[in-house]
Design a protein around this ligand. Structure first.
Ligand code: ADP
Length: 446
């Protein structure tokens, strides 16, 4: 097992990883930007090191500074969390050259799955169904028109290197196809430095259902069930729950078998998430994330499987002790992502938290790096914490979530707490009657 791990992240996920290290008896090293000097992850780690300026490119994305920090502190491994360098194949191959263990899969896995066109190609050979779409990238207007007609409108144009719900364009008919295509390419180039795009059938009313998989270095692959992440705004998740309800059990069994076989075939290592859309009893692959997900706690709550601790163990070469048949699913878990944003305008709201009180009681978990008098910085993601509840069934989880949201006090800045109260109390959420479009439509009607 490792003696010391460097955590190449900040905020709630850095805190989550440091907690896992401490429980495993591993020393942790925090890295931080100048502005993050007093951040919680810095205070909680055994050692800390300032690696640059406030902008992410100068600190949390600064590969030479991070590697120097690992060497100076003699950290044997790096946990990347999510975002930042977690899906950067170049970073991982540099670490491989420096004999520093990356807590995650190999660079080749990241390379295949990070490029969504390559991922579609790989997945299409495994028996996992894809959303109908183009074969490769679309660089020719004639091919674009022809493929869109074959697939049938509406279609969605997506960036090969896309992420975070950015750069996707929905096209209703041919009249706006070229314009949207040019826009999508320009946005892809500006956001991801790669203008390759592809198209998919735009599904009208799907649910976003994703499967958590986990593998060790010895070919053992298990799954930890699914999460329903359909509560979205601008293609970004807001609330997640596990398990998903009303899923066709034959379709689920089939897709899980295909996923685990595929992961064995590509010799995947560590935690991964296969994201699918689900409509009319059918699953369609959209992408695979080769890292820890923001919403991993709901899976931990219903399985008792500590995903972060297991990631660390597997990366150090320990065999998975647990088998598929040992995984049991208990009760229902919900997570609300609390952002420093206005609940109505969604304007970011950085600034000083002047009062902070967290809910508690049985079945309530908070993953956050915020505290009283903490200043939310404008440089980074607006997620300030995740409120997670677990109860014996969905109905009880909903009332627990509402109770916990009402106990949560965050003053001085705007947060999405009010939006969550509204969604969780809505009759559609209570009736489990929502898909990926529901929230946008609900907000538009207000
Ligand atoms: P990103 O990597 O940017 O998060 P994804 O491919 O994971 O992009 O898609 C994010 C969300 O966008 C999905 O959860 C879904 O809401 C929507 N989406 C993506 N592809 C489609 C599609 N073919 N039809 C309808 N909605 C889609």
């Amino acid at each position: 097992m490792f003696k010391k791990i460097l955590v190449a992240n900040r905020g709630e996920i850095a805190v989550r990883i440091i907690r896992a290290c401490t429980e495993l008896g591993i020393k942790s090293v925090a890295i931080h930007s100048k502005a993050d000097e007093d951040a919680m992850h810095v205070k909680m780690a055994d050692e800390s090191i300032c690696i640059g300026g406030n902008l992410s490119k100068d600190s949390y994305l600064n590969i030479p500074a991070i590697i120097t920090a690992a060497e100076l502190t003699a950290a044997e491994a790096i946990h990347p969390g999510y975002g930042f360098l977690s899906e950067n194949a170049r970073f991982v191959s540099i670490l491989e050259d420096h004999d520093i263990t990356f807590i995650g899969p190999k660079s080749e896995h990241i390379e295949i799955m990070g490029d969504k066109i390559k991922a579609r190609e790989t997945i299409s050979k495994t028996g996992i169904p894809l959303v109908p779409g183009s074969k490769g990238d679309i660089s020719n207007l004639n091919v674009l028109k022809k493929t869109a007609l074959e697939i049938g409108y509406p279609i969605i144009i997506k960036a090969a290197a896309g992420g975070g719900g950015k750069g996707m364009k929905v096209v209703q008919d041919e009249s706006s196809l070229l314009e949207q295509y040019e826009l999508a390419k320009a946005e892809a180039k500006a956001n991801f430095g790669n203008d390759q795009v592809y198209i998919e059938k735009f599904l009208e009313n799907p649910k976003h259902i994703e499967f958590q998989i986990f593998a060790d270095k010895y070919g053992n692959v298990i799954h930890l069930g699914e999460r329903d992440c359909s509560m979205q705004r601008r293609h970004q998740k807001i609330i997640e729950e596990a398990p998903a309800l009303n899923i066709n059990s034959t379709a689920k069994k089939k897709v899980l078998k295909a996923i685990t076989t595929a992961m064995k075939k590509i010799k995947y290592i560590g935690a991964g998430t296969v994201e699918m859309l689900y409509e009319k009893d059918k699953f369609y692959f959209i992408e695979m994330n080769t890292r820890l997900q923001v919403e991993h706690p709901i899976t931990e709550m219903i399985t008792g499987f500590d995903i972060v601790a297991e990631q660390i163990k597997v990366a150090s070469g320990i065999k998975l002790e647990i088998k598929q048949e040992d995984i049991t699913f208990r009760g229902h878990a919900i997570e609300c992502r609390i952002n420093a944003e206005n609940s109505k305008s969604f304007q970011p709201s950085p600034g000083l938290i002047s009062a902070y009180h967290t809910p508690g009681g049985p079945g309530v978990r908070i993953d956050s790096a915020a505290f009283d008098q903490y200043r939310v910085l404008p440089y980074y993601d607006s997620l300030i914490g995740k409120l997670i509840v677990h109860a014996n069934n969905r109905e009880l989880a909903i009332s627990k979530m509402l109770r916990a949201l009402n106990e949560f006090i965050i003053e001085g800045i705007d947060t999405t707490l009010d939006l969550h109260k509204e969604i969780i109390s809505s009759k559609e959420f209570k009736a489990y009657n929502y898909d990926i479009k529901w929230l946008e439509e609900y907000l538009a009607k207000k």
